[in-house]
Design a binder for this molecule. Sequence first.
Ligand code: SAH
Ligand code: SF4
Length: 399
Amino acid sequence: MNYLFDQATLLPYLKEQKIPAFRAKQIRQAIYKESLLDIDDISTLSKDLRDKLKEDFVINDFTLKEKVEGPETTKFLFELADGKIIETVLMYHRHVKPEYEDEIKQRKILRSWTNHDISPETHKLNRITICISSQVGCAVWCIFCVTGKLGFKKNLPRQEIVLQIIYANNYIKGKFGKKEDGTRNKVRNVVFMGMGEPMLNYDEMVQSIHAMQDQTALWLSKRHITISTSGVADKIRQLIDDKIDVRLALSLHAPNQELRKELIPMIARRWDIDELMETIDYYTKSTGNRLFYEYIMIKDKTDTKVIGNQLGKLLKHRNGHVNLIPYNENPAMPDLETSDYDQIIKFKKTVESHGVTVTVRDTLGRDVKWACGQLWYEVIMKQRIEDMEADAEANTTES
Ligand code: SAH
Ligand code: SF4
């Protein structure tokens, strides 16, 4: 099956079938403006044309296996046409409504306010970020990551990367409807922080970015697309040389080669930290962009004062911003523990003492980390346990 939103297949097809070119515009309009997922819903096309298109095309071929709805996020687990599973997460950024500003301020002072109090009544939707997958599984094998545990299964083609956004826009339409100005709420920011190492699916990732930036398609701003990488230095260079103008986040996680080798062994062995940082300097010099450094907080491993000073020294003359991410504990890695909150704050101060800007991810950030294979892990484990139980049950009945 072909995807109706994929211009590379649609345009030659229309030409070959002698269907007038203005139909392509109507189709784009239906998918990108109206956020439709079903060919039958495209009312600007005749029934005959819809039936004809349906013989060769689909808009969506994902099956929703699981959806977890929270106040700040919606997490989707999709089954692809080939039966493999990916995760996509939507994150809602809300602003306090002006009429509630005083009340929220007061509640913050009284410490009776938590991030979970964010509600549609007191907060207005400001923007939506999507966290997308670029591969099924991942070959990099970082020791703290459940996606790595799954191993590498496949590279997503550009259409399956883009469909995550198209699907999400359709979902957002149902959930939020239109904005006050009559336009539709849509995904504004894209981060490649779901399953997989995007730089190891470089060509499809780049093609999907072109589709995201296409003014006749998703039309996302280059400032609103971020690639997160574990440090595939060759591809970071290629990205600069190919002039793919997007934001970069580096999952650094360790300021020295030994610790990096322990946490991200495959990548650290291939490119040592000096080579990686040289590449990063080339990126900031060539693009003028600020870099985001992702840094995981694992108790007694990445969070000590000595390490904090090393991190501060490494980054002090580099134009970047550090995000401290509390390690998301999960049963796949029973030996690792998340750092204590006090320790995270001490670590933050140590790094800041070198003049580096640091933020600790709030609850939203913590939620984001669920993107990296954790929902997958839960659902698959649940399925496995259920299968095992059913198996045991069947055996008992037989005997
Ligand atoms: N492969 C890319 C992008 C996907 S991972 C990368 O590694 O950057 C997105 C982020 O989640 C990375 O910063 C990764 O290090 C982090 N992550 C993975 N497992 C985590 C866990 N258990 N707790 C907290 N962050 C985790
Ligand atoms: Fe792959 Fe990123 Fe997970 Fe490492 S953290 S295993 S690179 S998805």
